[in-house]
Ligand binder design. Sequence first.
Ligand code: SF4
Length: 972
Amino acid sequence: METTKRNPRVSAAKPATEARGETYYPGPSAIDLAAFPPKERWDDWVELDSRAWPKRVERRYMLVPTTCFNCESACGLLAYVDKESLEIRKFEGNPEHPGSRGRLCAKGPATLNQVYDPHRILHPLKRSAGRGEGKWQRVSWDEALDDIAGRIRRAIQEDRRNEVVYHVGRPGEDGYTERVLAAWGLDGHNSHTNICSSNGRAGYHYWMGLDRPSPDYANADVIVLISAHLESGHYFNPHAQRIIEAKKRGAKIIVFDVRLSNTATHADYWVSPYPGTEPAILLAIARHLIHHRLYDREFVRRWWNWLEYMRVKHPDREPTFESFEHELARLYESYTFEFAAEESGIDAKTIAELADVVSRARTRLATHSWRSAAAGNLGGWQVSRTLFLLNALLGAIGTEGGTHPNVANKFVPRPIHVPAHPQVWNDLNWPAEYPLAMNEMSMLLPHLLKDGRGRLEVYFSRVYNPVWTNPDGFTWIEALTDETLVGLHVALTPTWSETAYFADYVLPMGLASERHDLHSYETHDAQWLGFRQPVLRAARERLGQPAPADTREINPGEVWEENEFWIELSWRIDPDGTMGIRRYFESKKSPGTKLAVDEYYGFLFENSIPGLPERAAKEGLKPLEYMRRYGSFEVKRKIAALHEEDVPASELDDVRVDALGRVYTKTAKPAGANIVPLPTPDPDAEGRRLVGIEIDGQILRGFPTPSGRLEFYSSTLDRWGWPEYALPTYIRSHIHPQRLEPGQMALVPTFRLPVQIHTRSANAKWLDEIAHTNPLWMHSQDAARLGVATGELVRVETEIGYFVIKAWVTEGIRPGVVACSHHMGRWKLDPHRHGQRQMMATVALTREGKRFALRRKAGVEPHDSADADTRRIWWTDAGVHQNVAFPVHPDPISGMHCWHQAVRVRRAEAGDSYGDVSVDVEKAHEVYRRWLEITRPAARVSPDGTRRPYWLLRPLKPSREAYRLPVAGASP
Ligand code: SF4
């Protein structure tokens, strides 16, 4: 049996919290970390000052929790606030945080670099010359707010609501800004999700009505990761630590990755298939389970919508389970190990071994797919659909060691105000060609604007950098510099970005220790809340000082937080309350006055979080004080299978059960419960709502799908124009070998680097020193064929242009495939101002007709600044901006950008320079049109005259009426 060694410096007595069944310190962590500062001493913690060595100089700290804002995981940070100077000296892990349990990845402590970054934006700026010319002047917050509010007010009053769009990269919070937009009556939410996870989500959503998995890694026997999860995947640090716990217990780890990632080096099986063929392997494993009757028959009988499938697709057959089993075997008969081997290039014997390992997991199979293969390929949403098929076959859903739906491990509290659903539909975000898109079609925005489908009066970009992050960045520049298309661009950002250069206002927003946010993520089998807060505000409160009027008083320069910014902006849009907006931003305690963040969070913590008021009271604290002191709260641990919950009798009234076992009732509560996934809210003809599923005489909660069950057969895909993909299947990718032209290779451009995170981490010097380049991974066989050695320049030609990059020759990638990380290639136009000088090269941006180009003028250099370390910069590289040379490839169903590229790689030409990029935006627009042609628009396929199936998730859902397709000839 595995034993845990304790830190010998601390007492071996069982800590009090452990005795109570809790896993945290005081003393050594009950997990396996050394001692943390006990929370009882967070007001006065003493450490020796390492810089004073060899003298022993004591420093006294107040330890204040917040959460990391460098990736989505929201790990708990503890800010070490110097009690003498009230400066933050370092960030470490918060052992009270149930998700991260005191651990951090490199990006967490590097928050310190971001806070003290000498190049960060500290004051509101307004452009003082043409958009994109790089000339800025300081303005007051009042001037910026009045201008922006006035434009939004006019757009709303003149019924131009769709001209206001908020475009977010990393939200870092749970729904606050969606509610702001709903309060304004707009369908103006736009996200980055269709360049990130729409495909991953779609595969899960069609199965269970929920778009994220929550694997219980720590208790799994077999873990299948279609990603580099241990180093950089979704919920990276909280997941990685639990995967390693399982590995220590003896769990088998299977990693699918075209590269030998750090994750793959920890796997029992590293599977490197040809990109896009992952579903062929997964279906071969599924066939093995079906063929040998290794699946959980009882689970499949109870929970799959097999009856619906048989009734709709095989009405001539007896709809028995045995008849379905017969059909199931027939459906997957062709997915042999040999077929999968032929497609993927993975040996049939290896696939057979994988199938055997998976089959032995039974209900302890934890699986995860998010970006990676799903994000790369046309039809990539079938990667997660076929992966989850394995869970669905083994009954490893909602089980210990299995995979849960995300709502089981997430808690979303009800806020103080809940505005109604907006009454409008924004076709710029949700164009009619993509009725089944998982998220907004944001990558198409500049093309839709160029096509004359609308204009924007006010466009907010927030923690988002589409010029650099998205494919086709030059088309973004084209649109953003055209004031007839974009009237006002407001960039809400803590740091300079390629997109902020093309803004009218750049407004400085707080970092992880300078703002309030609330979040809850599915990191493991529990529900928790994390509280991000301005740490100096909390520190001053502990010292008995009064709360500031707003966060600008305590943040550096005039840096603000978004919560307060949106409240203030909303008041200025509707100053007298006559537009019906202001009421959502007013105090409840003192109506007619502005809502303050203390009341907002205080209300929420007091009224919406079971157990928190009682827990706080035990320590003599109010709930808000408790959260300010500890930064997180665990609501519940070990969540059972939610779909198996009984529907209580109190919810059953005038019940009707249909032929598929769906139970409708007049008293069903609408969505809103925190731990129960309610089925679709579609009412029946008599106004009853679906409340659950009758199985073997019991009424159970089920899944929030149209059938209430796991949808092996998706009636939605069938009825909305895609019957051929209604079952889990394999779609050949746009970069499948049969689709490549002679001389082309597949480029995998999707992998992350463990210590960087898109735009946000460039202002962290420690991270930049570790990772500052993105060479092209190339197998030695390909390198020999091309006559290229490591470090030599190659030209990578895409459909619309090319980029010039260094080769890195390795055995750690599949032959015939090249790969490049998307975390690099940051650039700035001005060598000395407006940008990071440790991670952005200085470039010339030129345009001749429809051809745009970047050419590097200078790399990274040592320089003088307020931080002496900038004189010690030893690296010059900042990588190459590859994404800008890709056209958009929206999957016609999920809407996801299919990132992989068919490219030609050859030695660089004379005159080529490292970092050169050249792109023809006319060609980019042609590719956009080509992919548009393969869509099946709502007007053609909608079975009920609506724009989109109402049950599908949307981040900001409009009213039901807004879903109706406009009738031809009717006035809008
Ligand atoms: S995984 Fe790393 S970057 Fe992400 S929240 Fe945790 S510490 Fe921050």
